[in-house]
Design a protein around this ligand. Structure first.
Ligand SMILES: [Zn+2]
Length: 463
């Protein structure tokens, strides 16, 4: 009998990791890092309850670090077999795992400087060499192409519409002459979003693993394109700059698409747009390369020889010098930079320059976690501390809340309608407890499906 062990994303949205075992074959579905609360982050340091000597493979649904960031740690513990993912995910991970390793090294350096680690010297969770080894194990598989994961286990990726390269993993095996199938939703995207195709249908599964990030929330009814337009027009009138802190992968490209659409419809004037984050620039180049993932609208632009992501004056400021030159830009402009919650990165330099000037505007387009500078500004704090000094917050601060890449519960329920028959069991994962149980109740009441919310390290027989 096949079994499934839940090694992460239970009661939380981070640390996605599920061990699938069947007849001596096994693979790990997703290999995510725990993030956020300290008690969760400490789990990254615990030995993983997986026999690495017999693990046949790792399968990744998409590149986000909460689904992939543990991979170099797995490699550090001796894992050296294949890691399957889609081709765009492989390309993204070449950038993202190195960046994650760099952050781990920085954390260890900081702990050593401040002397707050129990270990002397503090070691990183993994380093650049581990990340490089992990990257060398990646095997890119085209969408909708069946491949063997481990003896007797086959899998296929299907477009999940969440970020570039995101996929559902459809895994099948045979038990007592009966074909069985489990579907891992990974992160479920949203219909009708820019650039990416809508999440594809799944019509049948014996078992379903379903994410529930927005299991108790609905996205607003407002049109983020319209909101962004208004904010930009106000800033142009004041002759100010628009600063947009944004996650490098996904959010930045959605913004670029939206800006291009507004400009080509003459709804905003042609003003300079700077993409000022090395990781966002590299990720944007991958979005420009992997046009096979585009939806109908993006494809039509491509075929007509038009730009999909670039306005007339979009500039990628990769070098530090180019980034500094933006400081000299007077008059209206748009600066998209990381990090998305103002916890670090080049956006901080722009804030030092521009936050004290009331002509400028800071626009949040993503979730701002408790304790971050982003949340403080959003809450109306009139100064924030950057690099040891207080910066006056005189610029306007705006929030557009509807740029999410996760399906809300209405969209999840719509996607479930494609299933012809109820799965034997649906496991609700990847959500805070309230979100998961709200979604569970909805599915029980609307569909009558058998559902279960697993707990950390629970092992379940797929009977
Ligand atoms: Zn994700």
């Amino acid at each position: 009998m096949a079994t499934l062990t839940f090694l992460g994303a239970t009661g939380t949205v981070t640390g996605s990791k599920y061990l699938f075992e069947q007849e001596g074959s096994s693979f790990l579905l997703d290999c995510g890092l725990f993030q956020g609360l300290k008690e969760l982050r400490l789990r990254n340091w615990n030995p993983l309850r997986v026999n690495l000597a017999t693990l046949d493979a790792v399968v990744l649904t998409h590149a986000h670090i909460d689904h992939t960031g543990y991979l170099p740690r797995l490699v550090r513990q001796g894992y050296h077999k294949p890691v399957y993912c889609t081709e765009p995910t492989r390309d993204l991970l070449e950038i993202m795992l190195l960046d994650s390793a760099h952050l781990q090294e920085e954390d260890a350096k900081y702990a050593n400087k401040k002397g707050f680690s129990k270990h002397k010297p503090a070691l990183p969770l993994y380093d650049t060499a581990d990340a490089k080894k992990a990257i060398s194990l990646l095997k890119g598989i085209p969408y909708e192409t069946e491949f063997e994961v481990a003896p007797g286990i086959r899998a296929r990726f299907r477009d999940a519409g969440h970020i570039l390269g995101s996929a559902f993993a459809i895994v099948s095996w045979t038990e007592k002459d009966r074909a069985k199938r489990i579907v891992f939703s990974g992160d479920l995207g949203r219909p009708g979003r820019p650039v990416l195709r809508d999440p594809r249908k799944i019509k049948a599964a014996d078992y379903l693993l379903l994410e529930s990030t927005y299991g108790d929330r609905l996205h607003g009814e407002s049109d983020p394109q319209e909101e962004l337009k208004k904010i930009i027009l106000r800033a142009v009138e004041k002759k100010g700059a628009v600063l947009i802190p944004a996650f490098a992968v996904g959010r930045t490209q959605e913004l670029l698409y939206t800006l291009r659409a507004l400009e080509s419809a003459s709804r905003i004037p042609e003003i300079p747009v700077y993409v000022d984050s090395p990781m966002a620039i590299r990720a944007t180049r991958l979005y420009l390369k992997h046009t096979q993932i585009y939806d109908k609208e993006a494809n039509a632009l491509l075929k007509g020889g038009e730009e999909v992501l670039l306005t007339k004056h979009t500039e990628f400021t990769e070098s530090v010098e180019a980034s500094k030159r933006i400081n000299g830009q007077r008059g209206p402009c748009i600066i998209i930079s990381a990090s998305g919650m103002l916890t670090g990165g080049r956006i901080l330099h722009h804030l030092i320059q521009r936050l004290p000037d009331s002509r400028n505007t800071v626009v949040f387009v993503g979730y701002q976690a408790e304790g971050t500078r982003g949340r403080a500004l959003q809450n109306g704090r009139d100064n924030i501390k950057i690099h040891g000094r207080y910066i006056k917050a005189q610029a306007s601060v705006e929030t557009i809340s509807d740029f999410s890449a996760h399906a809300d519960y209405r969209e999840i329920m719509e996607w479930l309608k494609y299933f012809g028959e109820a799965p034997r069991k649906t496991f609700i994962v990847h959500g805070e407890p309230d979100a998961s149980s709200h979604l569970q109740n909805l599915i029980r009441n609307a569909r009558g499906w058998e559902t279960h919310i697993p707990v950390y390290e629970e092992k379940i027989v797929l009977d």
